[in-house]
Design a protein around this ligand. Structure first.
Ligand code: LP5
Ligand code: MN
Length: 262
């Protein structure tokens, strides 16, 4: 596997012993893991121990956690359990790649090093089974949601993040929980249409990335396979499901893509 370097960082998957036995790439997003959502945590740990160990690589396309307040929170017991599970997967020879979501964009290198995870830019193109696959969380494509995009611009600013990360962890968590409440309130007032991907933003991205064979993203929690006809190209857009009620994942093999529920 190799990456298209146009908009992505260079990515080289190491083909380790175990992963040569399989041709399965797995994709998940929007797990929103937290200590209180025990059934989903259990499902995820089982997924890592069984299904993921059979994979050539696992791609997590954002919102792994309900929220991430900074890498100094790695010591938290719940986070340590998750990190340990990733370490076991790494020992089994399965590489794990992560794209930030809007809930966990503060995940940094310290967490990734501990968990043996490689962070990817949003968006990134990877070449898998000779297909050019564009990966993204998906929130950047929801351009009709002006309030969210303005919030996003603010919190993705590096200087803003440095300042925020200098606050004590407990204060950061309080602030995030306040924003979470405000976000839930605002979402209940927003038209569902504006919280979906904007077609023009999507077309622009597909043109900029030279018409990948497929796009896989999460965020909207509207799992579906879409076929896009653009400038004479046919592109499949796969939207991943969330893990609120039930775990779900996408599996890409030599034979194509399948959507699976746990
Ligand atoms: O995540 P989801 O799907 O529920 O909702 C998103 C958008 N909401 C968010 C907010 C996150 O849920 C909050 C957690 C972020 C943790 C990051 C840590 C660092 C930030 C700390 C900030 C103090 O992403 C929601 C979208 C929805 O997706 C669908 O796309 O609509 O967007 C909103 O609801 C945002 C509101 O419309 C605007 C919020 C304005 C808040 C203004 C506060 C200003 C002060 C903040 C400092 C920058
Ligand atoms: Mn999201």
């Amino acid at each position: 596997m190799c990456a298209n370097a146009d908009i992505s960082n260079a990515l080289q998957v190491h083909h380790l012993q175990n992963s040569q036995l399989t041709d399965q790439y797995l994709f998940i997003s929007d797990l929103h893991l937290c200590a209180t959502r025990t059934h989903i945590t259990r499902a995820f740990l089982e997924f890592l121990q069984h299904i993921a160990t059979q994979a050539k690589a696992l791609f997590i396309l954002g919102d792994l956690f309900e929220y991430w307040a900074g890498d100094d929170d790695v010591e938290d017991v719940f986070h340590q359990d998750i990190i340990q599970a990733f370490c076991s997967l790494a020992s089994a020879g399965v590489p794990v790649y992560l794209i930030h979501g809007n809930r966990d964009f503060l995940i940094g290198q310290a967490f990734c090093t501990q968990a043996h995870i490689t962070l990817l830019e949003d968006p990134t193109i990877v070449e898998l089974h000779a297909e050019r696959v564009l990966l993204s969380h998906g929130d950047a494509l929801c351009t009709d949601d002006l309030a969210y995009q303005s919030f996003r611009n603010q919190v993705r600013d590096i200087a803003w993040q440095e300042k925020f990360l200098n606050l004590p962890l407990s204060e950061r968590k309080q602030k995030i929980e306040a924003i979470r409440s405000q976000s839930e309130h605002e979402k209940s007032q927003k038209n569902a249409m504006i919280m979906d991907v904007n077609q023009e933003a999507l077309n622009t991205l597909l043109r900029e990335t030279h018409y990948p064979t497929m796009l896989i993203h999460g965020h909207t929690h509207r799992p579906k396979q879409h076929t896009i006809q653009l400038d004479g190209y046919s592109i499949t857009r796969w939207v991943l499901g969330d893990w609120y009620e039930q775990g779900s994942y996408l599996i890409l093999t030599q034979d194509g893509v399948k959507s699976k529920l746990l």
